[in-house]
Ligand binder design. Structure first.
Ligand SMILES: [Zn+2]
Length: 405
């Protein structure tokens, strides 16, 4: 792999290293006058161009002219449902024409439709659909993505989804991190009790493949007690627990997640002050998903309280066919700034370093020497233009492990 010189960017904007909380979220490291030198996929030096030019010549390095362009870390999308079959654009159109959720479900729509289509799809069909979506994501600056199962709700399809994630991870430059979400919903053909037993029986084999185990903890889905049992089992098998929590109701999921020492709680649209306080005393990442609030017209998570109370805030897409058909973390940043009172530097930290923390990734999410060279060269001189000039893709070049993709 040739070395890469990213020459003369107007600005290199990176969050601080570590899981960032409170005022430190706004304290970005903004360098001007430096270029970036990458060797073997790793940032080897950040220094004035004069100090790097000779080396670049000797190494016959590739040169990327970044004049008048800002460089930020590659975006980490730590919550997606990338893999599914079944286009639901018709349901979206029905909704815009006045149909209710119940109307759509009565015509066989909703999650059941996605589950059926995903069960029927072959592995190669699923992989091709996901690959096309992945291309869209990387074009918009996403260089690492967590991907959940959960549209199979039976062992054959859940394992098929895990295989698709593993194969795509091999074939595509974006790093994919697998999460088992068997407990996404209860299949129509089974009692909840039987399904929970089936999910738990899958865990030893799943743990060989998936890094995380997730549960949809919510009224009408899995209770905090049921979620706890599944996630405790998963942890004993070597997976890290995380939880879809507090999307529509506060029913005790946060308490269960704290007791489990989960790595993240995701959604949090309905979050009580005592729950925020509880989370602030932990290392649990608070993953907020503003695209869902936009798409479903539900409240946004209380990001200001989450940040000001000292929790670890994270932003992600929750890309999925039912509640957010968008892979754009640039749009997520804009929504956080415009609708959740998140400051621009905070928003950047939430989709880079803190998102990498939520996935327990090492040396990803910052622009520092010896860190993985996952970078986005923007089409603007100041990174703050990105959330401000919204609805546009501002990625001029996306670099994954030192290669322009
Ligand atoms: Zn989700």
């Amino acid at each position: 792999m040739p070395a890469l010189l990213i020459k003369n960017p107007s600005q290199i904007a990176s969050p601080r290293v570590g899981s960032i909380r409170g005022p430190e979220l706004s304290e970005l490291n903004i360098r001007t006058g430096d270029s970036i030198y990458v060797v073997d996929g790793v940032i080897d030096a950040i220094a004035p161009l004069a100090e790097l030019e000779n080396r670049a010549q000797v190494d016959n390095a590739e040169i990327l002219d970044a004049s008048n362009r800002a460089v930020v870390p590659g975006f980490v999308d730590c919550h997606t449902h990338l893999i599914f079959s079944g286009n639901r654009a018709d349901e979206f159109a029905m909704r815009t024409a006045g149909a209710t959720y119940e109307d759509i479900a009565a015509q066989g729509g909703g999650i059941a439709r996605t589950v059926n289509a995903t069960r029927e799809a072959s592995k190669s069909e699923l992989k091709e659909l996901a690959r096309q979506r992945l291309h869209r994501a990387v074009r918009q600056g996403t260089t690492t993505m967590e991907v959940k199962t959960g549209y199979g709700l039976d062992p054959a399809t859940e394992f098929k989804m895990l295989e698709v994630i593993a194969e795509l991870n091999e074939e595509h430059p974006v790093d994919l991190i697998p999460t088992f979400l068997g407990a996404h919903s209860v299949p129509k053909s089974m009692s909840k009790e039987d399904y929970i037993t089936q999910v738990r029986e899958m865990l030893p084999e799943v743990a060989q493949i998936a890094k995380f185990c997730d549960v949809f903890c919510e009224r009408g889905y899995f209770t905090p007690a049921e979620s706890y049992v599944i996630l405790e089992d998963a942890r004993n098998q070597g997976m890290l627990p995380r939880m879809h929590a507090n999307q529509f109701h506060s029913v005790g999921c946060i308490e269960a997640a704290v007791d489990l020492e989960a790595v993240s709680v995701d959604h949090l649209e309905v979050l009580m002050p005592d729950e925020v306080a509880r989370l602030s005393e932990t290392n649990i990442a608070c993953v907020m998903l503003p695209g869902v609030s936009l798409f479903l017209d539900i409240p946004f998570a209380p990001a200001r309280e989450v940040i000001d109370t000292g929790c670890i805030p994270v932003l992600a897409s929750d890309f999925n066919p039912g509640s957010n058909m968008s892979l754009s973390l640039q749009l997520v940043m804009s929504l956080a700034c415009m609708r959740m009172n998140v400051a621009v530097p905070e928003a950047l930290a939430c989709v880079t370093q803190n998102a990498a923390h939520a996935l327990r990734l090492d040396r990803v999410g910052c622009i520092e020497k010896d860190w993985q060279a996952d970078l986005v060269v923007l089409d603007c001189a100041d990174y703050r233009e990105m959330p401000y000039f919204y609805g546009e893709n501002h990625a001029y070049a996306v670099i994954k492990k030192g290669v322009v993709v």
